[in-house]
Write a protein that binds this ligand. Sequence first.
Ligand SMILES: Nc1nc2c(ncn2[C@@H]2O[C@H](COP(=O)(O)OP(=O)(O)OP(=O)(O)O)[C@@H](O)[C@H]2O)c(=O)[nH]1
Length: 535
Amino acid sequence: MSSAWLWQAPSFMLLSGSMLMLLLALWISLRPAFAGRAAFVGMQLTLAWWCGMAALEYATTWPELKADLARWTWPAIVLGPTFWLLFALRYLYGHGAPLGWRGHALAWSMPLLIGVLAVTDSLHHGLYRSYMPIRAGVDSQLHYFAGPVFYFGALYLYLLMLGALTLMLLSLSRCARVYRKQYLGFVLASLPPWIANVGYITQTWTLFDFDPTPFALTFTCLIFAWLIRHGQLFDLIPVARTLLLDALPDPVLVLDRRRRIVEANPAARRWLGDEPVGRPLDDWHWLAEGLAMHERDVLHHDDHAFEISRQPLGTPARSAGELVLLRDVSHRIRTEQTLSSAMIVLEAQLEANQQLQEQLHEAAIRDPLTGSYNRRFLAEIAPRELSHAARTGQPLALALIDFDHFKRLNDSDGHAAGDAALVAFARGWQSHGRADDYCFRYGGEEWLLLLSGCNAAQAAERVDALRQAFAREPIGTQRRTLTFSAGIAVFPADGGDLAGLTAAADAALYHAKATGRNRVVTAAAPPTTCNETDA
Ligand SMILES: Nc1nc2c(ncn2[C@@H]2O[C@H](COP(=O)(O)OP(=O)(O)OP(=O)(O)O)[C@@H](O)[C@H]2O)c(=O)[nH]1
């Protein structure tokens, strides 16, 4: 019996191709992760299996073993394009490729079925009806007479390849310039085995009397290696793009020209549900309405607020769709709202505090019985009024007023009548005082007036008018009348400060009392007296 193996150059070529694919799979596994890496590694492993089996098939001299090895190649033949399509979906459409569990079941059931039918072919001959050596001699390869499983498998594989190619061409037509070289590389890489296979199936091309497809796969492997080395395939940009999109807490969507979702990052999926890719945007009314809003408007949905920004894709002449970023600004808006409510409360509190302070100040500077200013306010206001008078050169008159025989009123009509007299004086002052005058309750029944811009004569005239009016005022239940005496001093002639002026006015008041009461006396020496009719 002849030796089972005859190792020739084509076998070594195929073995080398298989090794290359294993190395590529290892290399890719050790590189940073990217979308579709598992599918890509899976594809390289199955293609390595295909090439390895083909090498053995080519090398064996036993026809039965050749046929068995050819049958055992089939699981790899069907798995390779399946992985290729999965990779295309994952790589081109990100982690969120439109493939749910149904898609996976569909993707793996067919390779499983065809694989099982292929390895059990010796029982039913659905894959190869028969086979015969191409020529005489131990090194002859086999010619296979294909059965229905073969054609069904080939048709299925061609459909998968066509699907992957369509995805790549679509991406190529829409992608940004930076990805174009890569996608073109994918298309080119998938062509050699396909062309070789078409040639083999149509019986127009064999290589070394053998199927040229596994040889062409080596070219595919080399194109990938070149793309990874020189074309930055699976490198920074796509890897970063995927990682960035996946890591973004804000929803990002890519819409095609017809407003269908073609990509959605995990954050977007949390809002849109399981499988948004491939569905029209209008399925989510709230989002479709949001996109109709102005750029800076905020879209509210489910207790959340989003700021929408949109970036057209493609060229101005030919739109490819748009990128939509929904920036979740709920936290910011909630914080702003809390802050503004806190501000409103704070402002109200500040205003209340201010009002309270004003009330306290008012209470502190006013006499509770008559509502007139008290001596505390006099001490506060006098320096200001005096410096104003000094600055402007205007006179400032100070009048000290004391009720006449007030004790008598208290004693005869009671304390309430005395209080009524004090209130009556304060009220009477209201109609005599000017806007820039001040009236202070200086002591028990003593009053101090500050009259801006008045010289001694003007002040005496005004205080005397007040005196006359007060003298006519009926007081208490007995409707008695009361008079007052007044002393006037003027700044700066009679005193340079409050103490000096008060002392001068007090001297004039003393003079008024001493000379008969119910009169107004100015401090200017000798004191001038107005109206000396005693009550
Ligand atoms: N009803 C009332 N009486 C007051 C108040 N404050 C002071 N008095 C009284 O005012 C009176 C002041 O009396 P006197 O200082 O003797 O002066 P007078 O009786 O006005 O006499 P002459 O000043 O000399 O005209 C006292 O009887 C005080 O009790 C007050 O708030 N209400």
